[in-house]
Design a protein around this ligand. Structure first.
Ligand SMILES: Nc1ncnc2c1ncn2[C@@H]1O[C@H](COP(=O)(O)OP(=O)(O)OP(=O)(O)O)[C@@H](O)[C@H]1O
Ligand SMILES: [Mg+2]
Length: 356
């Protein structure tokens, strides 16, 4: 739907990071994502510009935060992993409203132990775990099988079948591996060989996060428990058998009760971690009880993502989801700028009604 006064709306500055050294396939993937986004913004009637950034965000100098909001797809700067918070901080310093989590929420969702502590403080279910650095400390952990994840890694970096360990020797070996290969400590917790759900959340019409229908990860192609986990290879490596064999069923086939519980947990966990506009949690069952494994305040939003597919199960198309997310950023636009006789907040409020 178009606004009666579209000129009063801010433009959308779509920013994504692209490393010149990326393989051609990754660049093409990025281009496809941007093309989808551009089409959605056209459909919603938003003036927009699309820019790729690499080392810095100097191009922001050319844009006025009273005239533009940022669609934030900047996951790293200068090829340095986990620098999404640096980009968000740059938007904040310059006064841009932007989509997704604040720099504070992004910073707070790097360390897995911090995530667990926040979840526990909010009364949400997550597995007890410990952070171990030195391999010689492995005997401190008593529950097996266990999974060892990089304490500050995400995107399944460092997750493969050898992440599952069965005794202190294997645990010590994996801790050494993490130190040598990823330069980080290990986060150890019980390995749950059980159903796995990924559950998205999206801002509702009022901007509050609402859980979406869950997706279930189908590992039925694999016999061994150690192969039934969403490894780096399954997620990102087209030559890996699991990349093709692991399916994500959305919506998951769950009871009404479990579906409701999963959606509630997604919204509550993302709020606890300070997410805005969208996000996703990953869960496995411990008996009947869902346990939150991971909270992603900056999750995938491509057309095949669990957020998009969960929204589709609710009758929301790609463009609707983009509109909802932009609605969040528009709400955050500073109200102290008066343009053409009215504040941008008024213009934003009008936009929210128009795009949701
Ligand atoms: N306690 C656990 N028990 C069983 N499997 C687990 C456990 N924790 C993680 N996994 C498996 O490992 C995968 C990756 O773990 P997790 O989601 O915590 O890591 P991540 O690297 O942050 O992933 P993402 O790509 O979502 O950022 C999960 O999807 C799940 O398959
Ligand atoms: Mg995960």
């Amino acid at each position: 739907m178009r606004l009666s006064k579209p000129a009063a709306r801010p433009g959308v500055l779509v920013l994504t990071n692209e490393n010149p050294e990326w393989p051609e396939d990754d660049k093409q993937w990025n281009d496809r994502m941007l093309a989808h986004m551009s089409a959605a913004l056209d459909h919603l009637g938003f003036r927009h510009e699309v820019h790729k950034v690499y080392a810095d965000l100097k191009l922001l100098d050319r844009f006025d935060p009273r005239e533009w909001i940022v669609w934030n797809w900047v996951e790293e700067l200068g090829g340095k992993p986990w620098t999404d918070a640096v980009a968000a901080r740059a938007f904040e310093r310059r006064g841009f409203a932007f989509t997704g989590a604040s720099s504070q929420a992004l910073t707070g969702s790097v360390d897995r132990m911090q995530i667990k502590q926040r979840l526990m403080r909010a009364g949400l279910p997550t597995l007890p775990g410990i952070r171990l650095g030195q391999p010689r400390l492995a005997p401190r952990w008593k529950i097996y099988p266990a999974i060892v994840k990089g304490a500050t890694q995400h995107g399944s970096f460092g997750i493969d079948h050898a992440s599952v360990v069965h005794n202190p020797d294997e645990l010590a070996e994996r801790l050494s591996w993490l130190r040598e290969n990823l330069g980080c400590d290990g986060q150890v917790e019980k390995f749950l060989d059980s159903r796995e759900f990924h559950v998205g959340a999206l801002a509702g019409p009022t901007g509050r996060l609402e859980g979406l229908p869950p997706g279930e990860i189908d590992y039925s192609a694999f016999e061994q428990a150690e192969d039934r986990l969403y490894s780096y290879g399954y997620k990102h490596d087209e030559t890996n058998f699991g990349y093709h064999a692991v399916k994500v069923q959305v919506p998951a086939d769950v009871s009404v009760r479990l579906g409701r519980r999963l959606r509630q947990l997604a919204a509550a966990a993302l709020v606890a971690l300070g997410a805005r506009d969208y996000g996703r949690i990953d869960i496995r069952l411990d008996g009947d009880e869902p346990m939150i494994l991971d909270v992603n305040v900056n999750c995938d939003l491509d057309a095949t993502s669990v957020v998009m597919r969960g929204a589709a199960a609710r009758g929301l198309g790609y463009t609707d989801v983009i509109g909802r997310i932009l609605g969040g950023a528009l709400q955050r636009l500073s109200g102290d700028v008066v343009r053409r006789g009215r504040s941008t907040r008024e213009a934003a409020a009008e936009s929210i009604v128009a795009v949701v």
